[in-house]
Structure formats: C-alpha cells, structure tokens
Design a protein around this ligand. Structure first.
Ligand code: NAD
Length: 356
C-alpha cells in the first residue's frame, strides 16, 4: 500500500525489517487500523492497541512501526517467549470508539490466527478489549483472561529496579533514609509511592493534579514540588512516572539525583540522551527494562490463576538491571545501548536456534 505518493512501507524511515504490516478497514463501523508485527522469532507478537486522532495515516504508520519494534526489545529483555507487535486505530477515542468498531478490530486480529496478541494501550481500556475479545481469542488484559489492571505489577518492577540501582551505586538497597522523587502519581506512580513509603523512603512528589498531591502529602507525609521542578530536586533517585521525553539536553544537566529509575515510557527525548546521561554520571535504568512488569502480567496471567508466576518473573527485573548496570560499567557504554544489545543477543541466539 502506498503511504505517500511514490513511497511504500519498505522505504519508511521507521521500517526495520518488520515481518508483516496489515492495514485494516471496516467501512460499517468506521474502523481504520494498522497492525504491525515486527519480530516473532521468540513467539507470537504481543503489544497493546492504541487509539489516537492521528493527523495522517502516515503518522499512524510511523507509530505502529516504532511501537512494535519497541515491543520486540521489551519482550526479549523481559525474558518472555513473545515477539513484538502493536496495533493503532486511527480516530479520536472520545468520539469515534464504539463496541462495533472494537469488534471489527477483533475480527482483524483473529484473521492473523494468533501471530499477533492484542491488549490495551493509550485510548483503549479493558472494556474496549472485551468488545474485541468477542471476535478473537487473541486478546489479553481483560478480567476474563488474567489479572486485570497491570499497574501494580509495573510498580513492583520499578520498585525492584530502584533497589537494583541503589545497590549498584551504594552497595546497599536500603530505602530507609533515601529521598525519592516520584513525578506523576497516576496508576503506577501511586502504587510505587506506597511501596517506597512502606520501606522508609522519604518521598518528594509532583503531579499536575492538585487533589492527588494533597492525598500524597496526607498519606505519605510527602513533600510536594511543582511539576516542572521535580527533576531538579536534590535526591537519591528520580522516578519519572508521568509522560515520556522528559530527559533531554535541557533537563539532564539540571537533574538533582544520580539515579533515574521510573515507569514512564520513552523517557529519552532523543537517542543521544542515553550517552548524555552517562556522561553526566547518572545511572539510568532503561525505561523498557524497568517498566516491563505490566507486560509480564499480561503475558503470563492465566484465567482464574494466582499471580505467583507473574510476581516471580517481575522480580527478575532486578537481576536483569543489576547485570545490565555491571556490563555498562565494564564496557564503559551507556545503559540504554547495553539494554538494546542484550535484547538483540537473545533474539539472535533464538533466531539461530530456530533456523538450525
Ligand atoms: P496515568 O495516566 O495513570 O498517570 C500519569 C500521571 O501523571 C497522572 O496522575 C497525571 O496527572 C500525571 N502527570 C501528567 N503530566 C505530568 C507532569 N508534567 N508532571 C507531573 N505529573 C504529570 O498513567 P500510568 O498508567 O500511571 O503510567 C505512567 C507512565 O508509565 C506512562 O508513561 C505509561 O506509558 C508508563 N507505563 C505504564 C504502565 C502501566 O502498567 N500502567 C506500564 C508500562 C509503562
């Protein structure tokens, strides 16, 4: 399919040898979606479905290509036997989303016979996935298929990641007496703050919602700072748990903590910021390594099962990060680069084994 006149998906700057890109249309419900399967060497491609009012179909394609590639790396580094994929639905979720549209999306997912497994993402909630699941067996993250809300598991992984970073820096993972800045007290940030508080950390919090920060002040005795100031606060750990792209050429020199370890996706504004963090002596827990708890809970949960296997896999985030930090030190390379390399090594090992 032509993306812009004269160019194809194969020429797209975000195309990275994706295995399959499917353009989906259902005129009756108004569905326009793109499903991208980046790499299935480790297993079926798992990745959420995002709904967004993209300006153009080309923007939606860019997102599908980038996000599906990101899922390949995230699933590989988390030790899951799953590949990377992503779906994007074009349209404003507030006005265009209907049960019929989600059911039509489900039929397209089903047509891939399990090569792609869908779940919720920005603009899509559990209820929407339940509508899709009427038409496909390849949807996860609903109460019927697993553990429901992934945020507590994401928060557990971030908590373990913070302890790995403290241990690497200080030789002890004790949180008592450590000051941690949590930026963004949403689903993940609040659960994380609860764990940190329970272990004796001193909390500094920021959120654009006044009611939330007031609640944190009352519940945790947290100090509140303005949203734009959080990264500057002198602390042991800065945990970004709001939106992405917060670490940039402007903010990195201003960071007040020697460790950055939080849940937000796409924390680096540009690839260069990985190197910039390491040059400033900051220990950065790569976002897709530390925030994998949610995808682990979606991948490993079984209907009606307990969360034992999920919790034990989420706890492995700590070991993964500890060895990643050690390797970054010994190879004198930035941590984000090492995370990508570890993920690629696993893909290549498995790919070679399967081909043999
Ligand atoms: P959420 O929407 O529940 O919470 C985000 C919070 O950040 C909200 O309370 C919001 O008011 C606040 N916020 C927005 N802009 C801010 C700013 N400039 N400064 C301070 N606070 C601000 O989202 P969530 O589910 O908690 O996810 C948080 C981050 O973690 C996101 O980047 C998400 O992509 C990522 N993530 C979440 C999960 C998960 O399981 N929910 C898994 C992996 C990654």
């Amino acid at each position: 399919m032509s993306v812009e006149h004269g160019s194809t998906v194969f020429d797209h700057p975000a195309f990275d040898d994706h295995e399959q890109v499917m353009f989906c249309r259902d005129a009756a419900s108004g569905l326009k979606a793109i499903i991208a399967i980046h790499d299935s060497r480790l297993g079926p491609a798992l990745g959420g479905c995002r709904m967004w009012a993209y300006d153009t179909a080309a923007d939606a394609l860019t997102d599908a290509l980038r996000l599906s590639r990101g899922m390949t790396y995230k699933n590989a580094l988390a030790g899951l036997d799953l590949g990377g994929g992503k779906a994007v639905i074009i349209g404003d979720p507030g006005s265009r989303k209907t049960p019929e549209l989600m059911a039509a999306f489900g039929r397209h997912v089903e047509a891939l016979s399990g090569r792609y497994i869908t779940a919720e993402d920005v603009g899509i909630c559990t209820e929407d996935i339940e509508h899709a699941a009427r038409e496909t067996a390849h949807a996860r993250g609903t109460a019927a298929t697993g553990l429901g809300d992934p945020s507590p598991y994401t928060a557990l992984g971030v908590f373990e990641g913070i302890r790995a970073a403290l241990a690497h820096r200080h030789g002890t993972d004790r949180l008592a007496g450590r000051r941690v800045v949590v930026q963004g007290l949403g689903n993940v940030g609040w659960h994380l703050a609860e764990r940190l508080h329970a272990d004796g950390a001193e909390l500094v919090v920021a959120d654009i919602r006044r009611d939330t920060v007031k609640r944190a002040q009352a519940t945790f005795g947290a100090t509140v700072v303005a949203a734009g100031e959080a990264h500057r606060v002198e602390a042991d750990v800065f945990a970004p748990c709001a939106l992405g792209a917060g670490l940039s050429a402007r903010t990195i020199p201003e960071l007040g903590a020697p460790i950055v370890a939080g849940a937000a996706n796409n924390q680096l504004a540009t690839d260069e910021d990985d190197r910039r963090l390491s040059e400033h002596g900051i220990l950065y827990a790569p976002d897709y390594a530390i925030n994998a708890g949610g995808v682990i809970s979606i991948a490993l949960a079984t209907p009606g099962g307990t969360d034992e296997a999920v919790v034990s896999k989420v706890m492995e985030i700590r070991t993964t990060l500890s060895s990643l930090f050690a390797r970054a030190d010994s190879e004198k390379r930035p941590t984000g680069e090492i995370a990508d390399r570890i993920a690629r090594e696993r893909l290549e090992r498995t790919g070679t084994k399967r081909a043999a």
